[in-house]
Design a protein around this ligand. Structure first.
Ligand SMILES: [Zn+2]
Length: 496
């Protein structure tokens, strides 16, 4: 088979294919583009790897002699095409090898049987038609907040939500939640997750409308001559709304994004490289931004009208800059207090940032936990209803219940409520210390709790049968019934 293609067009298609071909292909066929020539039809170019595929119907053919499939090494061809002098490239294959020719240039590449190219699933019928501009917009605005490595409370994907109200993208690295909305751009009701690694590929889909469909394993985006397949992530996106609902703001102010940008760069000369935090303080006089490191400190005052109480928060500079990079015109800033979410809004973009507090202990389950010192660039954003230390204790209790063959019927919330209460029998406040380590000795969390007594020893852990109980009362009651224990307590009280 022999095919002549237009160099400029062909080059673009190969470059686009490289968007799915990774630096080190896991199997050799993943480093190839598949060029399919069928008489009377535009040629088709496909590239595929484990997470995504792109199929381009490429009107690049000048002349074709025969039909068939050629697997071309994408990177090699891309490199060669950079400096071609001719406008036309001839690609010829006899199966074993591939000859490339263009004005004075000649190359011979090893062939590979077409059967080795991964099968690409057929696109099912279109389910939704999405406004491509809105899709690109929401993806661009949040993608910086999606982590490249999964954390305990974050996944390496962004979530796209379409409702009657509009189109939304959400990303969270466990330290901040970025949400971008385009009202009115909804395309029916759907929620999908897209891996961070394919966002560039998706944003480059041409056209005004993207048709979306799905199979069991893939999402399909198609527009005009292009089709992108994305393997569905297996991860569960964190329930971000819960964290946002917890915030009740006490202070807010508005200012121009450009002014804030300049003020931040003004004080960044004395920022701590290891913990690059900017302190925002607001009072009746306005806003003060400050930073400090071993070399010194600096601050910038800005006169802005402030609503609410005087307030302060330390914020990760990278997070603010990511937000400001997408913001234009007036932005709004809302604060709860030094230990809670700081919310930045601009148009359809909202970025809720975790505080970077260095204090040692925070007893609340849920919300933010400040027990982890500020490290690197990160403030810490905690799981949504109980931090890992609390969950660790919960697991220990549940495991113990199972081992002793007691039924466990407490919800996580009920358990956390019980252990933070004073002893039901003697009234002592939680005084058992639970210390939790993760990541070696670097991360240490500790909190005080009370144990749980099953009032009726014959029954398991139900909400009705459980009361908070300190260790002393627990040991004293041991195998006694509630009645026997009460009799004993009265005797003790009388004799003392
Ligand atoms: Zn007690």
């Amino acid at each position: 088979m022999k095919i002549e293609v237009k160099v400029s067009e062909f080059k673009k298609k190969v470059a686009r294919s490289l968007g799915v071909i990774q630096a080190k292909a896991i199997i050799p066929a993943f480093s190839k583009v598949k060029l399919e020539v069928i008489a009377g039809q535009p040629a088709k170019m496909s590239a595929s790897d484990l997470t995504a595929s792109v199929i381009q119907t490429a009107d690049v053919t000048v002349k074709a002699n025969g039909e068939g499939i050629i697997l071309l090494p994408a990177k090699v061809v891309d490199n060669m095409m950079g400096n071609l002098e001719g406008d036309v490239l001839t690609i010829e294959t006899d199966g074993d090898s591939i000859l490339l020719k263009s004005k004075g240039f000649k190359a011979k590449l090893a062939g590979m049987p077409a059967s080795q190219f991964p099968a690409i699933e057929q696109k099912p019928a279109t389910k939704f038609s999405v406004n491509n501009g809105a899709l690109r917009n929401v993806i661009s605005k949040v993608e910086a907040a999606a982590p490249t490595k999964a954390g305990r409370h974050s996944v390496t994907s962004i979530q796209i939500e379409s409702t009657a109200a509009g189109l939304r993208a959400v990303a969270s690295d466990g330290f901040r939640i970025a949400i971008a909305d385009v009202l009115g751009a909804g395309a029916g009701e759907f929620v999908i997750q897209l891996p961070k690694s394919v966002l560039g590929l998706i944003k480059a889909i041409p056209g005004d409308v993207v048709e979306l469909s799905e199979s069991e394993t893939n999402f399909f985006f198609s527009s005009g001559a292009e089709q992108v397949l994305v393997r569905k992530p297996m991860t569960k996106f964190p329930p971000y709304q819960k964290a946002l609902n917890l915030a009740k703001f006490n202070t807010d102010f508005k200012l121009d994004a450009e002014i804030l940008r300049r003020a931040i760069s003004g004080v960044s000369a004395t920022i701590d490289g290891k913990a690059p935090a900017i302190t925002i303080s607001v009072d009746g006089m306005g806003l003060t931004l400050s930073s400090s490191n071993e070399e010194g400190s600096s601050e910038q005052e800005l006169t802005v009208p402030v609503n609410g109480v005087p307030n302060t928060a330390r914020i990760n500079q990278t997070f603010i800059n990511d937000f400001l990079g997408q913001a234009e015109g007036e932005i709004s800033v809302q604060l709860v207090d030094a230990k809670n979410l700081v919310k930045f809004s601009n148009g359809g973009l909202v970025s809720s940032l975790a505080p970077t507090v260095e204090s040692t202990l925070e007893l609340n389950s849920g919300k933010f936990n400040s027990s982890v010192p500020l490290r690197g660039q990160r403030g810490r954003f905690l799981p949504l209803h109980g931090d890992s230390a609390h969950y660790s204790l919960l697991c220990r209790y549940r495991g113990g219940a199972k081992q002793r063959k007691h039924g466990w019927h407490l919800s996580d919330e009920q358990f956390f409520r019980l252990i933070e209460q004073s002893c039901h029998y003697c009234g002592v406040c939680p005084n058992l210390k639970f210390i939790y380590h993760s990541g070696g000795q670097r991360t240490r969390q500790a909190f005080f709790y009370n144990g749980i007594d099953r009032q009726n020893n014959a029954l398991g852990y139900t909400a009705e049968n459980c009361v908070p109980c300190c260790s002393i009362c627990n040991r004293a009651k041991h195998g006694l019934s509630l009645f026997e224990f009460q009799v004993w307590m009265k005797r003790v009280a009388k004799c003392n």
